[in-house]
Design a protein around this ligand. Structure first.
Ligand code: PEP
Ligand code: MN
Length: 336
């Protein structure tokens, strides 16, 4: 249930009203929009007399949220959420609410030289975050699985050397300790509905980059985000990374419509991963530009210093030169 508070109500009065509502056994989220405050009621609202509420002198409107995602719902929080991540250089990197976040780096951390070269290349081209997987979810058990726990110290060294905050995928909650200095935890497509993992991450204060499952609907993605928020973590960046369709020209089909759909339904920032969507590097720049043009709050792009030698996803990785050219195109696009 959402209560739009009358414009001009002093904050103190609104907070007092919220406290009174909490005494009825619901949790109340206070959100101050540009023109008015919104109170989002979560929990069992059956004890709330809706008629009496509508008649309350501070209430402008009462809205019942029909969708199962309540706290991820834009009705709950009309303003865009902006995720702020502090880099090791002390610079705040922002994603959402008009701030475009560019995450770039190799599919996986391979060696100190590889990840450091990638970090400097993406930083010089203007990326705000470095990505690199240490634990890789691979379809085949015989494929390279990532260098595991050994990869995170290398990623953290590249973080210090480049000044960029880092994003890396967590597959197993038992590894969480190793991710202490990782700035953004990625939950990959295959784990989007790993509810145990989502519940645990709800308790951890770190931002989560939540990727859409390969056969998940927009609503299911929002429900996965709802798990994190319900657990106490609303620092979420949603990521559209292509879905499984009958089309096999590309690795997946980029659902560009998911961008405006998600932007309408939720206040959370939305980024697009054109690399896993396309699966082929030459197509990545076109899809990245489409994402930004469609209103995405950023992109996550695979970049490798030498894609031909990559241990994972070389085919879809941009060279540093191609990434630099893409960054130039994206800057022109945003200026238009
Ligand atoms: C990745 O980002 O490296 C990855 C494995 O992506 P996804 O989970 O979208 O397949
Ligand atoms: Mn990859």
């Amino acid at each position: 249930m959402i209560i739009a508070v009358k414009r001009g109500t002093p904050e103190q009065e609104t907070r007092q009203f919220a406290a009174e509502l909490e005494q009825k056994g619901v949790r109340v989220h206070y959100s101050q929009g540009a023109s008015q405050a919104v109170l989002g009621l979560v929990g069992d609202t059956t004890s709330i007399d809706e008629e009496a509420l509508r008649a309350h002198h501070l209430v402008e409107k009462v809205i019942r949220v029909q969708e199962p995602y309540k706290q991820a719902n834009r009705l709950f929080h009309p303003e865009d959420t902006c995720i702020e991540v502090l880099g090791p250089d002390g610079t705040a990197r922002l994603v959402g609410a008009g701030h475009i976040g560019i995450i770039a780096g190799p599919c996986s951390v391979e060696s100190p030289a590889q990840i450091t070269a990638a970090a400097h290349a993406v930083k010089d081209a203007g990326a705000g975050f470095l990505r690199g997987g240490a634990f890789k979810p691979r379809t085949s058990p015989y494929s390279f699985q990532g260098i595991g726990g050994d990869g995170l110290p290398l990623l953290l060294e590249a973080k210090r050397a480049s000044g960029l905050p880092v994003v890396s995928e967590l597959m197993d909650i038992h590894h969480l300790d190793l991710f202490r200095e990782v700035d953004v935890i990625q939950i990959g497509a295959r784990n989007m509905q790993n509810f145990t993992l989502l519940k645990e991450l709800g308790r951890c204060g770190k931002p989560v980059l939540l990727k859409r499952g390969l056969a998940s609907t927009i609503k299911e993605l929002l429900m996965a985000a709802e798990y994190l928020i319900a657990g106490g973590n609303s620092r979420i960046i949603l990521c559209e990374r292509g879905i499984r369709t009958f089309e096999n020209y590309t690795r997946n089909t980029l659902d560009i419509a998911a961008v405006p759909a998600l932007k309408k339904e939720t206040h959370l920032p939305v980024v697009v991963d054109p690399s896993h969507a396309a699966g082929i590097s030459w197509m990545v720049p076109a899809l990245a530009k489409a994402a930004i043009a469609a209103g995405a709050d950023g992109v996550m792009v695979e970049v490798h210093p030498n894609p031909e030698a990559a241990l994972c996803d070389g085919e879809q990785s941009l060279t540093p030169d191609a990434f630099r050219a893409l960054m130039g195109d994206l800057r022109r696009l945003k200026e238009l």
